[in-house]
Design a protein around this ligand. Sequence first.
Ligand SMILES: NC(=O)c1ccc[n+]([C@@H]2O[C@H](COP(=O)([O-])OP(=O)(O)OC[C@H]3O[C@@H](n4cnc5c(N)ncnc54)[C@H](O)[C@@H]3O)[C@@H](O)[C@H]2O)c1
Length: 344
Amino acid sequence: MREQIRCAVFGLGRLGYWHAENLAGKVKGAKLSVVVDPQEKIAEKVAHELGVQWSTSSQSILEDSEIDAVIIAVPTAFHADMIKLAAQHGKHIFVEKPLTQTLEEADEVIDVIRENGIFCQVGFMRRFDPAYAEAKRRIDAGDIGKPIYFKSISRDPGSPPAEFIQKSGGIFLDLSIHDYDLARFLMGAEVESVHAHGTVLLHPFMKECGDADQALAYLTFDSGAAGDVEGSRNAMYGYDIFTEVVGTEGSIRIGSLRHHDVQLLTDKGSVHDIVPHFPVRFKESYLLEMNHFIDCLRKEEKPSVTEIDGKKALEISMAAKISWKTGQRVHVGEKVKQTWRNES
Ligand SMILES: NC(=O)c1ccc[n+]([C@@H]2O[C@H](COP(=O)([O-])OP(=O)(O)OC[C@H]3O[C@@H](n4cnc5c(N)ncnc54)[C@H](O)[C@@H]3O)[C@@H](O)[C@H]2O)c1
């Protein structure tokens, strides 16, 4: 077992900062050596706070033989190029979701990862959330019988700005991809087809971005099961995350709106607070997924959620996006590429 994995974090925005903070002191066997961001002030500030080196140049860090692994938390549009470069330099990779922005890019990065014999983990942190992990354990143990229906809701408390949305790949790719990954993970089956709908309810700028702020996808699985996934940027009350798997002998529900376990009772009624946003709801999961990544590298084992899972979730997202644009039910897999070519 390797003593220590020396890491570099690329991109110090919302996600990169969390990963850097975790790697700097909370993950056993990890050494955060350097943080990288083209915005010098951000790189310098985070480095100073965490007591590590900083750089504005990805290339020089990739060429550094003292770095074993890189964490890629840059905007999605840059994932493919950065994964390929990192793999070619022999670095193990943790990449935020989605793996890439297109299926062609996904195939390219899968080839480069394979050719260079490195490990890659994709940031589907919900799999590591204690509640989702327990649900998976109970489903696999047969506690609800055979899974027959999947329901998942992800409602964000508002939208990121237009500049982010333009580069995000859209709601099916950026937001609902977490639920599509959970669909495969919890149902133990592959999604066969998607029929999706979307509209703009609260954020008019979404129309100019060619995106929706409210989306729904109906899924069919190769096991004969079905499901639906709602994605929304319109939960002005808080961060609303919920998943249910219905089985032949019961149902399992994951998630509640409640933030602190405090309930206020007055003559006006009963109230509790609501989870404000993803860094709060999934704080523990970001640490647990990073623990898994470093642990796997130390043992030289493949992570449990890889570039292949990244591509499969991407295929479902693409099918949903095409279905929304065309109004047709879309089959997942090779046909997605074909349909997309025909449409574009
Ligand atoms: N797992 C999750 O829950 C989750 C949540 C939000 C975002 N994400 C993903 O994380 C990624 C980053 O999103 P974000 O919200 O943190 O973005 P962000 O815009 O907040 O931050 C991105 C950072 O990357 C930097 N950057 C840009 N190009 C770079 C380069 N070549 N090298 C190094 N740094 C570079 C930018 O200067 C910026 O500081 C996206 O792929 C997004 O889909 C995942």
